[in-house]
Design a protein around this ligand. Structure first.
Ligand code: ADP
Ligand code: MG
Length: 267
């Protein structure tokens, strides 16, 4: 699925009438099967952009199209995943993953057996087959985020919208899940089998490692500062992280956001 943002603006209006311009003149296309990552300082409108694509917020001006049709609300073609796992603590791993299929529109027409098969296949894909009957409190943070990813994948959305999904994890777990995410996305297979991904992160190295293109945003109001192509070969792995080109692209992105980051850290 292709997503098109055309001169999108978003202004939040408080009850007292005060206006916060959150996002200004954002134009961006997510190509079919493309992995696009947004980086930028806190408050630059990353989440607002993602929420508008998800249909959770409406743009104040401009247009958002999914395969050419205006986005008017949430849909099962666009799946969302956030930093907090938002799992049901009283349901097992398998029940959490099955939830959107059993109770949401994505599962309409699927038999109980078909849902069970889909859940098992998804749990295997994310490396959780052995944990299917555990409860969230019995899992590490990394495993909980795998559950959240499995739940997102189980209903096979065409676009994955991921808002800092790895931000709460320790560095090692995060590195492992970056590798896994690319595997699950299909970086080892043909490009035609990949889903469209929009991924938000604060971490520049994570952005460069994952992305086909990195969208660097600046704040007040949030705008696209630059779109940086990442022409590192796939599949990517530990060798990628040591590649001088990787370092060069990361340095360039840091140079774009450094001043704002310093200001944010000292005010
Ligand atoms: N529901 C809201 N009401 C009012 N202002 C909001 C709301 N959501 C976000 N904002 C403001 O919009 C700007 C962008 O926020 P956000 O998209 O969350 O940024 P980011 O995800 O990059 O940190 C910020 O100034 C934030 O305070
Ligand atoms: Mg955010």
């Amino acid at each position: 699925m292709t997503i098109d943002l055309q001169s999108v603006r978003k202004e939040f209006v408080a009850r007292d009438g005060a206006r916060t311009p959150a996002v200004e003149d954002v134009s961006l296309t997510l190509g079919e099967g493309e992995f696009v990552v947004i980086v930028g300082p806190s408050g630059c409108g990353k989440t607002t952009v993602l929420n508008m694509i998800a249909g959770l917020e409406r743009p104040t001006a401009g247009a958002i199209l999914a395969d050419g049709r205006p986005v008017t609300g949430p849909g099962v073609d666009r799946g969302v995943m956030f930093q907090d796992y938002a799992l049901f603590p009283w349901r097992t791993v398998a029940e959490n993953v099955a939830f959107p299929l059993r109770f949401g529109p994505a599962g309409a027409g699927l038999s109980g057996a078909a849902i069970g098969d889909r859940v098992d296949a998804t749990l295997t894909l994310v490396g959780l087959a052995a944990a299917r009957d555990k409860y969230p409190h019995q899992l590490s943070g990394g495993m909980r985020q795998r559950v959240a990813l499995a739940r997102l994948l189980s209903y096979e959305p065409k676009v994955l919208l991921m808002d800092e999904p790895l931000a709460a994890l320790d560095a090692q777990t995060r590195t492992i899940l970056q590798d896994e995410l690319l595997r699950i996305w299909g970086q080892d297979g043909p490009a035609a089998s990949r889903r469209t991904v929009l991924f938000i992160t604060h971490a520049i190295d994570e952005a460069v490692f994952l992305a086909d293109r990195v969208v660097v945003m600046s704040s007040h109001p949030g705008r696209v500062r630059e779109i940086v192509p990442v022409d590192l070969p796939r599949p990517r792995n530990d060798a990628t992280r040591a590649d001088p080109d990787f370092q060069r692209i990361a340095q360039h992105i840091w140079s774009l956001i450094k001043n704002e980051a310093y200001r944010a850290a000292t005010s």
